[in-house]
Design a protein around this ligand. Structure first.
Ligand code: ZN
Ligand code: FE
Length: 257
């Protein structure tokens, strides 16, 4: 039986995601920005939380971890590199470590950049990636704790995953990301079409998640820092991808679309 998923809007623009194995009834939440909406979703479904997966140590991803752990006795799994700043961790994981939610078996990929220890959870059998604040729909996190090229290498790694992997990320930043993508990539028909779709979804109050690796490769400028045409478009013809990525991040930070 396929995994069951529930996307839970939290705070102003965060998401938590429930991932459930219907066979064993094991149920994980990926990141806990706040307790109440996650609890409400669990109660609505009559699901019992067994695992808490944490992508990184920022408050808007861990604020509700301890409360949910206490309530359900759930097992908390998060990045070893951030174990000192994530309260309640039971298992500190590194690149390649397996993560099992009942019969759903995923593995950890380290994707430093937004934070030094940021990890993502890949459930290849389920065609699912939980990307936290590394990869957003048509965007990426800000490289707060690493030089921008470090985040570029992480995104380039995620780009090697199969196109049909669905991606759930930590925030609903898609509309601003899509407008920025359009500004740096105005001749890209896939970007233009997607911006229209996203405007319609957001106008209807709908989430823009999940995306796919394939859609990101086609429309996310931060996944294409090694594309010579995109480099030329921002005045960096012939530059290293890391430099192009750094400039894209700077342009995005200053973008008021
Ligand atoms: Zn963050
Ligand atoms: Fe965040």
């Amino acid at each position: 039986m396929p995994a069951e998923l529930r996307l839970i809007p939290c705070l102003a623009d965060n998401y938590a995601v429930l991932l459930r194995d219907p066979v064993t009834e094991a149920t994980a939440v990926v990141d806990v920005p706040e307790v109440a909406p996650v609890l409400a979703a669990l109660e609505r479904e009559d699901w019992t939380l067994t695992h808490i997966l944490v992508t990184h140590h920022h408050t808007d991803h861990i604020a509700g971890v301890e409360a949910l752990k206490e309530r359900f006795g759930a097992t908390v799994i998060g990045p070893k590199a951030e174990q000192d700043t994530i309260p309640g961790l039971d298992f500190a994981v590194v690149d390649g470590d397996p993560v099992a939610v009942g019969g759903l078996v995923g593995r950890v990929l380290e994707t430093p950049g937004h934070t030094k220890g940021h990890i993502v959870f890949l459930f290849e059998g389920e065609r699912l990636l939980f990307s936290g604040d590394t990869l957003f729909v048509m965007g990426c996190g800000r490289p707060f704790e690493c030089a921008p090229p470090v985040l570029w290498e992480s995104l380039a790694r995620l780009r090697t995953l199969p196109d049909d992997i669905s991606v759930y990320c930590g925030h609903e930043y898609t509309l601003a990301n899509a407008r920025f993508a359009r500004s740096v990539d105005p001749d890209n028909a896939a970007v233009a079409a997607r911006l229209e779709e996203i405007e319609a979804l957001r106008a209807a109050g709908q989430p823009t998640l999940p995306t796919t690796i394939g859609a990101e490769k086609a429309t996310n400028p931060f996944m294409r820092a090694d594309d010579p045409e995109l480099a030329a478009r921002i005045g960096l013809a012939g530059a290293e991808p890391g430099a192009v990525f750094t400039e894209l991040r700077a342009l995005k930070n200053n973008f008021r679309g």
